[in-house]
Every structure is written in C-alpha cells, then in structure tokens.
Design a protein around this ligand. Structure first.
Ligand SMILES: Nc1ncnc2c1ncn2[C@@H]1O[C@H](COP(=O)(O)OP(=O)(O)OP(=O)(O)O)[C@@H](O)[C@H]1O
Ligand SMILES: Nc1ncnc2c1ncn2[C@@H]1O[C@H](COP(=O)(O)OP(=O)(O)OP(=O)(O)O)[C@@H](O)[C@H]1O
Ligand SMILES: [Mg+2]
Ligand SMILES: [Mg+2]
Lengths: 258, 258
C-alpha cells in the first residue's frame, strides 16, 4: 500500500518538478522502492525532464480525471522508464482542460484519490508533481496524499506562497483529508554567494515554520539544469554532483519516514 | 488611449512579476508615462514586491471580473503608489475563485477587456502581470492586450512553455483578439557563469523564435531579489545596479515602441 507524497508550492519556479523527478528517481535507484511519478501539471515537465528515460506509451490523465464512465485507474495510463522501479504518467496536452472541467463535478476533490485505490497496491511510493497554483488539480493532489513536501526558494515571494499553501492544507485536513500532514518545507535553489539574502529569508522561514523546515538544503547547482537539457535525471547525468548528493540525502530521509 | 501589455509565461518563476513591476515603474519614473500595473495573479505578488510603495485602499479585482451587476471598471478599484504616475490593483484574496467562476460565463474571455474600456483613457500604458498558467485570468489578459512580452529563463522547461504560449496567442489572434502581437521573448535570470548552458538554450531559442527574441537580456542580479525583500522597486533600492540598468534599458525600448 503505497505512501502518496504531493510536491506542491503555489509559487512558480521553486523546484517542484526538479524535486519530484530527483526524489522519485533516487527512491527507485537507491532504496529499491517501486515508485510512480504522477504529473499533475498541464505543462507536462516530468516527461520533458526525463525525456531520455521515459518509454513511449501510456494514456491520458485527463481521461482518468474527467471521464466518469471510463472506469480507469491511474495505473492504466502509466508508462515505464529505463530507470528500474520507476514509472511515470506521460505528458497529456488535455490536462489543462481538466482543470476547468473538474470545477463543476460532484466530489471533484476525490477523483484522483479514487483513481489511485488499486494503483496504490502496485507501488511503494507515489510522488505527485503539482502545478504552480491551488486549483483543482493541486486540490486533487492534496486530497489523495498522505504527506506534502513544499519546495521554497530563498525569496519573499516564495515564502508568502508557503503560508498560503499551509492554510489550504489545514482546510483540506479539517474537511476533506484528515490523514494529510506536512512532511516539511524544503529550501531549494539556495545560492551560496548570497549570504545576506539567505540569512534574512532563512530566519524568516524558521520563525514562521520552525521544525517544519527540513534540515537538508538544495543548493544552486548547474548540473541540475544541464541534466534537464539532456532529459536525464541528475543521477544518470552526474552522480557525483552536489545536486545528486543533496537529492540523494533527501531520499534517505524520505525513505526512512515511509 | 493606453497601450495594454501582458507579461505572460506559462512557466513558473521566470520573472513575470519582477519584469512587470520593474518595467511599469521605469516607464513611470523615466518616461513620464501614466502607468497602471494590473495584478492578474491570485498570488498577489505585485503588492508584495511593491509593499513599501503601495498606498492602502482600492477594491477587489475579483468583483470587477465576476460581478456582472457591479458595473465596475478596473479604474474603480485601483490604488496609488508613492511612485509618481504609477497606480496598481491591490492584492485580492478572492482572485483565485475568479479563475473558477469565469469558466462558465458567456463571453468569459472579454470581461477584462470591457472593464478597461474607460480605464484606458486615464493611462498611457497598462501592464498586466499574469499567473503561471494559461487559465481564464491569463486568457482575459491576452484578449485585453495589444502586445505580449514573454519572459523566459535559460532552461529547457521555460523554452517549452514559450512554444505553448505562442500557440495560444495565435489562437487568440485568429478567434478573439486580431490586434494582439508578440512584443518579444525576454531572456531573464541569465547566469553569466553558465556559459555552456546559456549558449545551448540561446541557440535553441534563436532557432525557434528568431527575431522575436529581444536584444536586451536581464542577468541574474541579487539586487532584484533583495529589493523584493524590502518591498521596493529596483530603482528605489539601487538605481546603479545592473538589474536597474537592464530594466531601464527595456523600458527605453518599450517606450519607443508605444
Ligand atoms: N537546485 C537547483 N539548482 C539550479 N537550478 C535549479 C535548481 N532547482 C531548480 N532549478 C532550475 O530552476 C528552474 C525551476 O525549477 P522547476 O521547473 O523544477 O520548478 P517548478 O516549481 O517545478 O516550476 P513550475 O512552477 O513552473 O512548475 C528550472 O529551470 C530548473 O532547472
Ligand atoms: N534577474 C534576476 N536576478 C535575480 N533574481 C531574479 C531575477 N529575476 C527574478 N528573480 C527572482 O526569481 C524569482 C522568480 O521571479 P518572479 O517571481 O518575478 O517570477 P514569476 O514568473 O513572476 O513567478 P510566478 O510564476 O510564481 O508568477 C523571484 O524570487 C525573483 O526575486
Ligand atoms: Mg514544475
Ligand atoms: Mg509572478
């Protein structure tokens, strides 16, 4: 029975996809977990970031979410990768329409949860890459999840987004998904050269979120961006890079908490 | 009769807000233009980024967009700043709901355009900061605009987003707003240290978008991020910084094209 982890942040560009892909891959590669990486973002960047690994095939996530009669589970539309133990949901150009179509459906928040009922027994971990907003796709992600990882880069704009998301998670917990918890806030894209900026933001974040801030940090590391140009995960691109080491460290902490 | 410029990109974190705020402020400060900066992003980061300048007051953008009987124009809900010639629309916590509410309205794409009919005569330029998606708020922005500026950071994920947006603009031009054009793609957050990454992406972008790529670039500059911690625009924070100079250069080009 898989643990479901949403990687979510309202703020754009804080490293949700980079974190989802790197974490999912590290759990599969280094912890022998059977992992499913679900792309809930209409941008479809899971497929872009892993294009050298993702095998053709699979179906449409939008059909699972909006076609009641389809009876499809998420596992019916996944495709495999050449990374052992890692499956993904492929890019779906119609996923943006699902955002709109969901808003008038009865029980709209539970559609993804219900489409993972059987799928959960086929994996150890399911990671959900969420889009940069708090719309219906992210809401479905939160209602299907056991835990939420919130990437945040050292900026006042990203920090504001964390507060908004934590409020949403509290509302989700009280009305829709009592089991959900916040795994933590992960500081990403930390630029070692900007000491004064980092210190300002880090003390702000510590003040507001205290222990919820994870001890490991992901520094700015051009290998992470270069790996994406090639469509390879960071471990295939350069296993000795700082980005690979830091995301592997994150996977150690997550695997221990499963 | 104001020129309306949408600053849009589906990809998150590429510098839409930083560009909107810096450009709007530079046009007001250095070109004597009467400027209105409209925040179409439910995150409300225009107000966060300018919190030291924005005066209290103003109304709710969500009311303008979703309350037919209100008869409100955008100018009825703006507030001023202490930057001469610059007004903004204040943060509206209910703007996220407007995204959903708009999807079932007749003529949903033209609601903002119509709410700017009289407002346009009170300003020289109206800049629209769009959210990181192609939903109903961004669609309203595109349908109300004369021109679109597309920020793009040097990454394969951002590049993919530019293609998706250009396709949407083409569809908007053929069916909803024949006057719209692409002002250009603005390369942002360019890190001088990553020569090989930049060269790969820049040649990719030039190949696909040719002359649409603007000649000026915005380099990574910590002053831009530090200014946001203080809620000041880059010109009030450090007029001599590279970020200030590059955004001023952008404003020169935009003012010349008005
Ligand atoms: N630690 C890092 N070091 C260097 N570059 C990074 C790092 N993390 C992310 N990036 C780069 O920053 C950009 C934003 O990251 P990413 O796309 O993963 O964020 P996101 O939150 O998923 O964005 P969106 O909101 O658009 O979904 C990407 O170009 C990525 O390559
Ligand atoms: N040229 C730059 N140099 C350094 N930092 C920058 C630069 N441009 C933007 N930033 C920083 O990068 C982050 C993303 O920028 P910004 O929030 O303007 O992007 P956005 O596209 O509006 O994001 P969103 O998709 O969430 O609306 C911010 O923390 C901002 O301070
Ligand atoms: Mg992403
Ligand atoms: Mg923004």
């Amino acid at each position: 029975h898989a643990t479901i982890l949403a990687v979510a942040a309202q703020k754009g560009g804080v490293g949700k996809t980079t974190t989802s892909v790197s974490l999912a891959s590290a759990l599969a590669r280094y912890h022998g977990k059977r992992v499913l990486l679900v792309d809930l973002d209409p941008q479809g960047h899971v497929t872009t970031a892993l294009k050298a690994h993702v095998r053709p095939g699979g179906g449409l996530m939008s059909k699972v979410l909006t076609d009641d009669r389809s009876g499809l589970e998420v596992m019916d539309i996944v495709t495999s990768t050449d990374i052992e133990n890692l499956d993904v949901t492929p890019f779906d150009p119609r996923l943006a329409e699902a955002e709109d179509l969901l808003s008038t459906r009865i029980g709209k928040e539970f559609i993804l949860r219900d489409a993972l009922k059987v799928t959960r027994s086929h994996y150890d971990v399911i990671v959900l890459d969420c889009p940069p907003n708090q719309g219906n796709l992210t809401l479905n992600g939160l209602c299907a999840s056991d835990s939420v990882l919130i990437p945040c880069d050292p900026s006042p704009l990203a920090l504001k987004g964390v507060e908004a998301l934590v409020q949403t998670i509290t509302a989700v917990a009280s009305r829709l998904n009592p089991d959900i918890d916040v795994m933590g806030v992960l500081l990403t894209r930390v630029d070692g050269r900007n000491r004064s900026l980092n210190d300002t933001i880090e003390s702000d974040i510590a003040e507001r979120f205290g222990d919820a801030v994870l001890p490991m940090r992901i520094g700015i590391n051009s290998s992470l961006a270069k790996a994406q140009v090639e469509g390879r995960d960071i471990f295939a691109f350069d296993e000795s890079s700082r980005g690979a080491q830091q995301y592997r460290e994150l996977s150690d902490a997550v695997a221990a908490a499963l």
